[in-house]
Structures are given as structure tokens and as C-alpha cells.
Design a protein around this ligand. Structure first.
Ligand code: GPW
Length: 829
């Protein structure tokens, strides 16, 4: 470092004691200043929401300080950085998470108390940031938290949607979607950077120009849109490091518009200009299904192009030799959604930085890695060639060129095996010629990661078998994880306190392996007593929430049995509902003496269906229809209740998970790539009723089969069972409950017919009929265990104790070391 740079940096750090103070008086003053000057209310009169706004702004100030220091420090050290590209980040609320990670939670609570406010109440004022669909999007959010906490020099990049995931409203048992215009009340957690913006091009033509005796390609765009940065500081826990999640919003571009104003039609010119903003207007709600939509393609390219420009500008600020690019940049693609980054980097290096194709290709092969989150080939993204050629003509050429070289390499390796060539080609010939984004990613990334061990097995032997034979060294897995900061510390303070007390330390918040220490105390009567108490308080809180949302009173003495996740046929919410019908039917036909032995249950289901996913919507309706019958049947009383929690989202999950006794993860084996909900329940001491699928297989290794309720066909049995399904005899009980639905016991028999047809006979692709009997056995085992509360509590403690391996800290550490090649870079205090 130069002497001057060092002197400046030293001065910077010597000024550190000038930071905002966190004593009660300073906090109160800051909050009141924000009431007066930011929220523009009188400091003598403001309500809870205004108090929330003021508190958030004071927290934001503290985030900004650290975020500036972190970036100044990263700039000075200039380490290799990770750029994490994802089209979805499901952040949820930020206030509680921020004050906890900043280490000022108690200080804020005290300061607010003296002002006559309760921190918890204010935190409830915050809306959810729902910039994503499901597990994939929440995983990105968890990983950002871990990257910050572990001091990695990382950036997140994504899109700033004006409308997040739709709000689910239930009318007469049917799902309706309402727009989530979440920015209505302002968003204190983002920082608008009007001066950080880039032009993004679309459409147009590619022309050839002479350059130094050779030819160069020039893309003459037909449309230009401006990408403006919105920065979201992500604070680490137990560190000063606060990294950045940069989301792009589309704005009209001045550059491009000049000529349209010359035409005289001023009003239309303005209206057309405004259309640019639609690119970042709405999140696509179809988790795992892609339909080759133009707007979706534009969204993907828009965020990729702005991010790549940003990265290259940052690189050039410090170095100007692209040979060193791979030493400074790792680029991680979250699924194939951002895979246009690959041809985009090629285009920029070749067309704009004038590197040779070979130089550019060598760089691309060193910087990109990707993660795949799916198991079925149908789930893979394809873009019609016509569409891509129209929106991104130069990128299509580049993809064709990459594919040409790839095909040559394949021929050398496998000979003229046309079958194989056509299967592996990036270009799919057929009725609609398209680009296979997964193939593009595999060809260009140095590493392809699966999200659990069994997921990698399936990728190697089925989905990407040919690629695995060609490049076995490319394929790896990192088992998913979730952040204990949000899923324990923020959402379950009671249990946290207990864990720290019995471990004698709260160091587990940064080192989850320490939770194993709880195993020594699992049998301790005192801990068990305290554990039960904490869990009971959480159940009461959940019962109150259910009452508020649905008007239903449920008893905290009952077993709370929960399934919350996106509604999908493969996740088998239908199996759960059929099991509930079976239970209902049993209770109805019972003698009075047997009824007394029934373990009362509250069955809780929640989740959204993609708006165009008919079967999923029928499952939601069936849940309501069955609930209507059971909940109003006076024979049943408190022995069984079925609750559907509407509008499931991150903050609802934070409330439901700590209050659950049993949670269901019951996908057909071989279909859930990983699953992350199970990990959140596990941490909170909730027992799992599950199939051996995805990450559950690894959970079993950690806590043992005896500590959960396992059932159903195994991954390797599924294909054979499917072949046999046609003449397979299903359990009698299965036929019986299905008959009840078909015969209109719950009404709407015409509407439910296709749902019933989808699981009967040879059509039962997800093997509900096959797994039903063993599902019921597992449920019976859960009842039996629940009666013995001592045993149950011990299992619960052992679940938490065994959850350390499923912290996203572990996942991110493995990625950093094995895939990205980055090192921690800790901002000094
Ligand atoms: F289809 N996942 C998701 F693979 O939430 F792209 N949305 C998606 O669109 C896809 C996957 C995709 C989920 C997986 O279903 C789940 O098993 C996994 O735990 C999660 O991604 C995070 O890896």
C-alpha cells in the first residue's frame, strides 16, 4: 500500500469513536430525531407505525456506518470477491434481524420502553419483503446472512420488484391472488443510489465493423433501459462486517429516448418511456415452471447486464489486466435464472474489451459456478431461440458459438454418437427450437453444485448423466442450510435463552456445532421441564395467532401438526389431507371408551399455489372443505381440528415453527432436491414426520431414525413402484377416504374429480396410494410418542442438538473453500 493510502486509512479508523452511540439516551434522541425529521411527525405525537419507521431509520443509520466501513476496507484489501446472482431473495422482515446482528437488541428495547413503546409491537408493524417464491429464494437470504457473519467479501445481486409475491386471500375456500405493492409504506432497509446506474440494451441488430484489420461485432440496440441500484445492507452477527445486496430497478433511459421526442407526439413519447419500468415491476409467481415469456427473459438479462457492468467497473477501478480477473472475481449463479451472465461476460470481454475469443473463454471457465435446485428434467429452463434472437441477438450468436466448440469437443470424446450429441447440445432441436439454460451452465461453469447428497446422486445418474460421464470433476454437492440467527435467535428467543443457559455460552450463534453439547443434558429432568415450558409459551402464541387469522380457538394441549410450504403435487399436501380424513373417519366410528385415548391434534397447513397451477389450487380448496366438515362436527370436538393459515410467508413461518410439535416433509422420495423447512423445524425442537428424501436423509444420519417418524418408499424403489402402480393394490383405507371425497362427503365432488383421478390407478405418479399405509403407521407412532411427554421432550432436545450441521454457515463455508476460492476479510473495529 502507498504511504498516502495508509495514512488516509489510519485516519479513517482513528475516527471510529465518532460513531453513533447505543446508550439509551443516544438511541432515544436518534429515534425522536427521525420521528421529527424523517417521518415528519411531532415528537410529542406519533403512533406505533411511525415509531417503527423512526426506529428503522435509526437502525438503518447504524447499518450504513458499518456498511461504509466494510466496503472501504474491502476496497483497501481488494480480496477476491464473490458475486452471488439470484433472481429471488426472500428477506422477510428486517428490523429484529438487524438489531440482533448489530448486537443492540436489548439497548433498543430499553430505550423504547422508556419512551412508552414495546420493541416487539413495533417489529410487528413491518411488512414482509417477499421478493421470491419459496425455498430457493429463502436460501439466498440465509446465505447472505452467513456470508456477512463469516466475513466473506461478497455481494448479492438481484432485481428490485415493485410487486413481490402475491398476497393469498381465501374466499369460500378458494385461493385468490392480490398484488403485493410492498413499497407503499416506504422501505427503510434500502438505499437508493441514483448515481449508480447503467444502460441495459435490448433488441436491435448485430453489425460487423472493421477493427485493426479484423472484424468486430457491434450490437445496435432497439431499446435501452436504465438500471438504478438499490443497496440493502446485510449485517453480520458478531462482526462489524455489513455486506451489500444490490437490487436493480428499471427506469426510462435518457440516452435512448432523444429521437422519439423529435416526432412531435410528446404525450405518447412519455407514456412509452414509462413502460421501461415494467421490467422490474413484478415477480413471477410460478415456482419451478417456466413458459418462455418475453418479460421474464428481459428481467433476467436486465439484472445480469447491470450486475456484470458493475463488477467490471469495480474490477477496472483497481486493476486493468483481465488476465487477473479470475483472481478477483467468483460469480455464483443461483439456478439457471441468471445464466445469461455467461454469454454476457463473453460479449463484454470480446466486443467491448477486445479480448480474443479464447482469452475470454478461459476467463469465463474460471469464474462461473452454479447451483441447481431441481431433480426433474422438465423443471429445467428453456428459452425459445426465436425469442432469444429477437431480444438478445448478439447473445444468441455467442451461445451458438459456444455450442459449436462444445459439439466439436464432444465428438472427440464420444465419437459420432448423435443421440448423445443431441441430448447434450445447448440447443434443443424440435417443434420449438430452444436454448437449454442448464446445459449452457454446465458447459461453462467450473463447478455445478447440488443441494444435498442424494440430489447429487440423482444429477449424476439421471438428469445430467451424460455430462457427469464427460466431466465427473465438475459435479459436487453442498447440503443446504438455514441461518440460526433468523430461525432461532430472532424467532425463538425463549429457546435461545435456554440453549445458552445450558451450554453456558451463546457462542453457538456463530458456531452451531456447539449445539451437540445439549445431547449430554437431553435426559435431564430440569432441562426437560424448562424446554416444555418454553415450547408451551410458543404454542400459546401460535394459538392466539390462529384465532386472530381464522377465528378458530385451538387448545395448546393438543399436538400441533404442521405442514407449511409451497403447494405442489410432489410435496403431497394431499397425502396429509387424506390422512386427516382417515383420522376423522376413525374418530367418528369409535366407541366412547376409545375416544379417551385419542391424542388431540391441531393440523395446520399453509402455503401458496402458483396462480396457474390448477391441481395445487384444488388441494387448497379440499383442505378448506375438509376443515369445514371436521371443525363443525360436534362429534369430534377438540379431538381434531384442521386449520389453513392464509398468506403464508417468512414472518408467519417465524411464528409458526417455534410453536409446532410435529412437522411434515413428505415429498415422494427423489423429488425434493433438499428441503430447508425441515431444518428450521429441527432447530426449534420440532419432531419431523418425513420421507427419506433430499436433506432429510442427512438429518436422519445426524439425529437417528429413532428421533423422527420416517415412512414411505425409498428413492431407489420409486421407479419400480411407478411401473407397477397400475396393478398395484392400494391400502383399503386409501380407497375408502378417496371414496368419501369422490362421493361428495365434503361437497364439490365435480371440482375434486380431477384431483381424485390424479392419484388413482396408474395415474398416481407421486405414489400416494403406495405410501398411505406406512404414512398412517408413522402418524400412529407420533401419537404414541406424544403421550409419553418425557420421551417426546427428549426427542425434541435431541432434534435441536443435532441441527448444527444444517446451519447455512456450514454450507457457505464449504462453498467458499471448495467452489469460490475466497477468504474471510474482517473489517477491524
Ligand atoms: F425448480 N426450489 C424452489 F429447482 O424453491 F428451480 N424453487 C424452484 O424454482 C426450484 C427449487 C427449482 C427449492 C427446492 O425445491 C428445494 O428442495 C430446495 O431446498 C430449495 O430450492 C433450495 O435449494
Amino acid at each position: 500500500e502507498s504511504g498516502e493510502g495508509k495514512a488516509k486509512a489510519e485516519r479513517m479508523f482513528s475516527l471510529m469513536d465518532g460513531f453513533l452511540k447505543n446508550d439509551p439516551i443516544s438511541l432515544q434522541k436518534d429515534i425522536l430525531d427521525h420521528v421529527e425529521y424523517t417521518v415528519a411527525r411531532s415528537r410529542f405525537s406519533f403512533d406505533d407505525f411511525e415509531a417503527y419507521q423512526a426506529v428503522s431509520h435509526s437502525v438503518r443509520d447504524r447499518l450504513i456506518e458499518r456498511w461504509h466501513d466494510t466496503h472501504a476496507y474491502f476496497k483497501r484489501k481488494d480480496p477476491k470477491r464473490l458475486y452471488f446472482f439470484s433472481l429471488e431473495f426472500l428477506m422477510g422482515r428486517s428490523l429484529s434481524n438487524s438489531v440482533i446482528n448489530l448486537g443492540v437488541r436489548d439497548q433498543y428495547a430499553d430505550a423504547l420502553n422508556q419512551l412508552g413503546f414495546e420493541f416487539e409491537v413495533l417489529a410487528e408493524q413491518e411488512g414482509d419483503a417477499a421478493q421470491g417464491n419459496g425455498g430457493l429464494a429463502r436460501l439466498s437470504a440465509c446465505q447472505m446472512d452467513s456470508l456477512a457473519t463469516m466475513d466473506f467479501p461478497a455481494w448479492g445481486y438481484g432485481l428490485r420488484y415493485q410487486y413481490g409475491l402475491f398476497r393469498q386471500v381465501i374466499l369460500d375456500g378458494f385461493q385468490h391472488e392480490q398484488p403485493d405493492y410492498w413499497l407503499n409504506f416506504g422501505n427503510p432497509w434500502e438505499i437508493e443510489r441514483i448515481h449508480v446506474s447503467y444502460a441495459v440494451k435490448f433488441y436491435g441488430t448485430v453489425e460487423e465493423q472493421d477493427l485493426n484489420g479484423g472484424k468486430r461485432k457491434v450490437w445496435v440496440p432497439g431499446e435501452m433501459v436504465e438500471a438504478v441500484a438499490y443497496d440493502n445492507p446485510i449485517p453480520g452477527y458478531g462482526t462489524r462486517n455489513t455486506i451489500n445486496l444490490r437490487l436493480w430497478a428499471a427506469k426510462p433511459s435518457d440516452l435512448y429516448d432523444m429521437e422519439s421526442y423529435g416526432t412531435g407526439d410528446y404525450i405518447n413519447a412519455v407514456i412509452n418511456r414509462q413502460k421501461a419500468e415494467t421490467i422490474s415491476s413484478v415477480l413471477y409467481p410460478d415456482d419451478r415452471s417456466y413458459q418462455g415469456k418475453e418479460l421474464r427473459l428481459k428481467q433476467q438479462y436486465f439484472f445480469v447486464s447491470a450486475s456484470v457492468q458493475d463488477i467490471i467497473r469495480r474490477f477496472k477501478d483497481s486493476l486493468n489486466d483481465f488476465n487477473q480477473f479470475p483472481e478477483k472475481v467468483a460469480l455464483q449463479l443461483n439456478d439457471t435464472h441468471p445464466s445469461l451472465a455467461i454469454p454476457e461476460v463473453m460479449r463484454v470481454l470480446v466486443d467491448e474489451e477486445f479480448l480474443s475469443w479464447k482469452q475470454a473463454w478461459d476467463i469465463v471457465c474460471k469464474i462461473f459456478s452454479c447451483t441447481t435446485h431441481t431433480v426433474v428434467p422438465e423443471g429445467l429452463e428453456k428459452i425459445p431461440v426465436d425469442l432469444l434472437g429477437s431480444v438478445l441477438p448478439r447473445h444468441l450468436q455467442i451461445i451458438f458459438d459456444i455450442n459449436f466448440s462444445f459439439m466439436e469437443e464432444l465428438k472427440k470424446h464420444f465419437g459420432l454418437d448423435f443421440n448423445r450429441l443431441s441430448q447434450m447440445s445447448i440447443v434443443e432441436e424440435g417443434a420449438v427450437k430452444s436454448i437449454r439454460m442448464a446445459n449452457l451452465s454446465i458447459v461453462c461453469c467450473h463447478t455445478v453444485n447440488g443441494v444435498s447428497r442424494v440430489h447429487l446422486d440423482i444429477l449424476k445418474t439421471k438428469v445430467f448423466k451424460d455430462f457427469y460421464e464427460l466431466w465427473p470433476q465438475k459435479f459436487h454437492y453442498k447440503t443446504n442450510g438455514v441461518t440460526q440467527r433468523r430461525w432461532l435467535v430472532v424467532s425463538n428467543p425463549g429457546l435461545c435463552g435456554l440453549i445458552s443457559k445450558w451450554l453456558g455460552t451463546d457462542a453457538w450463534i456463530r458456531d452451531m456445532d456447539l449445539l451437540m453439547g445439549l445431547r449430554d443434558h437431553a435426559g435431564d429432568a430440569e432441562l426437560q421441564q424448562e424446554w416444555k415450558m418454553v415450547r408451551r409459551i410458543n404454542k400459546i402464541r401460535l394459538a392466539e395467532f390462529i384465532d386472530a387469522m381464522t377465528g378458530m380457538m385451538v387448545s395448546p394441549d393438543a399436538m400441533f401438526d404442521v405442514q407449511i410450504k409451497r403447494i405442489h403435487e410432489y410435496k403431497r399436501q394431499l397425502l396429509n389431507i387424506l390422512g386427516i380424513i382417515y383420522r376423522y373417519d376413525c374418530i367418528k366410528n369409535m366407541k366412547e371408551s376409545d375416544r379417551r385415548k385419542v391424542v388431540p391434534r391441531v393440523c395446520i397447513i399453509g402455503g401458496k399455489a402458483a396462480p396457474g397451477y390448477d391441481m395445487a389450487k384444488k388441494i387448497i380448496k379440499l383442505c378448506h372443505a375438509v376443515g369445514e366438515t371436521i371443525n363443525n362436527d360436534s362429534d369430534i370436538d377438540d379431538l381434531l381440528k384442521l386449520v389453513f393459515i392464509p398468506d403464508f410467508n417468512v414472518s408467519v413461518a417465524e411464528l409458526v415453527i417455534p410453536g409446532s410439535d410435529l412437522s411434515q416433509h413428505i415429498s415422494t422420495a427423489g423429488h425434493e432436491a433438499s428441503g430447508t423447512g425441515s431444518m428450521k423445524f429441527l432447530m426449534n425442537g420440532c419432531l419431523l414426520l418425513a420421507t427419506a428424501d433430499g436433506a432429510t436423509i442427512e438429518i436422519i444420519e445426524e439425529i437417528g431414525e429413532d428421533n423422527m417418524f420416517l415412512f414411505g418408499a425409498k428413492v431407489h424403489e420409486v421407479p419400480k413402484l411407478r411401473e407397477k402402480a397400475e396393478n398395484h393394490r392400494v391400502a383399503l383405507q386409501f380407497a375408502r377416504v378417496l371414496r368419501m371425497v369422490r362421493d361428495g362427503y365434503f361437497g364439490y365432488e365435480d371440482y375434486f374429480k380431477s384431483l381424485c383421478d390424479s392419484i388413482e390407478g396408474g395415474g398416481d405418479f407421486y405414489l400416494l396410494g403406495n405410501d398411505f399405509a406406512s404414512y398412517l403407521e408413522a402418524q400412529a407412532a407420533a401419537d404414541k410418542a406424544f403421550v409419553d411427554q418425557e420421551r417426546w421432550t427428549k426427542m425434541s432436545i435431541l432434534s435441536t442438538a443435532g441441527s448444527g450441521r444444517f446451519s447455512s454457515d456450514k454450507t457457505v463455508g464449504e462453498y467458499a473453500h471448495q467452489t469460490w476460492g475466497i477468504e474471510p476479510c474482517r473489517c477491524p473495529f
